[in-house]
Design a binder for this molecule. Structure first.
Ligand SMILES: Cc1cc2nc3c(=O)[nH]c(=O)nc-3n(C[C@H](O)[C@H](O)[C@H](O)COP(=O)(O)OP(=O)(O)OC[C@H]3O[C@@H](n4cnc5c(N)ncnc54)[C@H](O)[C@@H]3O)c2cc1C
Length: 371
């Protein structure tokens, strides 16, 4: 009997679990290490914040999926990996040996200057903690019309969150005075076409979000621009970009220049043939691409096939990630902004498209029998 260890219940591993539920792999014991019994789907979180979804609509329940797949679940987090000796260490001190390891643990949030000490900090990762904190903070924001929110980070997540928060507060309190700012010193939606940026600016202005196009830092509870201009914010949502998990550096795996796991054409580690990685924790060295959920989802089927092949000692199949991907950015109300290379569009139809794609994706894991 060979042992496959799945670390993390990220997007690609949801696919592996579903495939195992449909047809078990004979002679393979599968162990899933996951700190949470569910996987929150980030693509629907801005819609949840805006009030369009209930939380349960944005969640894939991992335990039933694993149960149907005959997978043993260890409710813990990997905190160290020895790729040469073939074992992972868990936060509770235990360890698990593997014949084949697959990592889909996502990335950690790379926090900006001094932000870690801000008393009102709401880091977007881990998503579980963010969702829990936001659930506590929202009633306070609804009770106090003067409380203000700063969202730090001009990437897709920062823009979507700023729009969602502003829309929700306006809708529920009726207060139209600006209460949300978006700080994007690294630029607004870098990597997206000018038309997308223009549409995002219009949406942000429409929801009364103040744009601060400068880097910001925090000293205790004081938030200010790099130039020293104070910014009023009681709560700070940090969507400041991603970094690799701390435990990768000592894992023995070859890392890519960005310090994530270097993987090749079959999502296989370039240094260890029995280690695979997908999603944000991996970097394709032959075909670099953005760290986004789209790529994590797309890697699921190829990862599934190649894990099976590796366990059976068969040659792997290569996989070429798409060169550009479609982004549908939630824009506050039931509207979205489409970003596809140089093409942009926005409006209610785009939201309906996004909603359809997201709900269909979630149905696959909430009701595993459905396609
Ligand atoms: C608010 C927000 C909105 C976003 N919207 C979009 C979008 O619309 N489209 C898009 O493409 N991307 C979006 N992204 C980016 C997207 O969330 C990530 O790129 C995506 O989640 C990466 O998927 P993953 O499978 O690599 O990891 P994750 O989704 O982060 O999943 C990793 C899993 O591993 C678990 N885990 C973490 N550490 C450990 C450990 N040490 N041991 C065991 N398990 C562990 C976690 O609990 C989690 O279940 C958004 C991000 C945010 C924050």
């Amino acid at each position: 009997m060979k042992r496959l260890v799945l670390a993390g219940a990220g997007h690609a591993h949801l696919h592996v679990l579903r495939a195992l539920g449909e047809a078990p792999w004979p002679g393979v014991e599968v162990v899933l290490v996951t700190p949470y019994p569910r996987q929150i789907y980030s693509g629907m979180v801005p819609g949840w914040i805006a009030g369009h979804y209930r939380l349960d609509e944005c969640v894939a329940p991992v335990l039933p999926l694993a149960g149907a797949a005959g997978v043993r679940v260890v409710g813990d987090a990997v905190c160290a990996l020895d790729a040469n000796r073939g074992h992972v260490t868990l936060a509770d001190g235990g360890s698990i040996e593997f014949d084949v390891l697959s990592l889909d643990t996502g990335a950690r949030l790379a926090l900006g200057a001094g932000l870690a000490n801000h008393p009102g900090l709401l880091p977007v990762r881990p998503l579980e903690s963010f969702v829990e904190k936001w659930t506590q903070v929202l009633p306070m924001l609804l009770d106090d019309d003067n409380a203000r929110v700063a969202v730090i980070g001009g990437g897709a997540a920062g823009v979507e969150l700023a729009l969602a928060v502003a829309y929700r507060l306006r809708r529920e309190t009726g207060v139209t005075a600006p209460r949300v700012m978006l700080a994007c010193g690294g630029g607004l939606l870098p990597g997206h076409a000018p038309g997308v940026v223009r549409r995002a600016r219009a949406a942000l202005a429409g929801q009364g979000v103040e744009l601060v196009e400068q880097r910001v830092r925090a000293d205790g509870s004081a938030l200010e621009t790099e130039a020293g201009v104070p910014l009023a914010a009681d709560w700070v949502i940090a969507a400041t970009g991603v970094g690799p998990p701390d435990w990768l550096a000592q894992s023995g795996l070859t890392l890519a220049p960005d310090a994530f796991i270097a993987v090749g054409r079959g999502q296989q580690s370039v240094s260890h043939a029995n280690v695979f990685a997908a999603g944000d924790v991996a970097s394709r060295i032959d075909a670099p691409h953005a760290k986004s959920g789209v790529y994590a989802v797309r890697a699921g089927p190829v990862l599934t096939g190649n894990l099976q092949r590796a366990l059976a000692g068969r040659p792997l199949e290569p996989y070429r990630p798409q060169r550009r991907s479609l982004y549908l950015l939630a824009a506050g109300p039931r509207e979205a902004i489409v970003s596809w290379g140089a093409f942009s569009a926005s409006g209610r139809l785009a939201w309906r498209w996004k909603d359809w794609i997201d709900r269909r994706f979630m149905r696959r894991y909430q009701c595993p029998g459905k396609r």
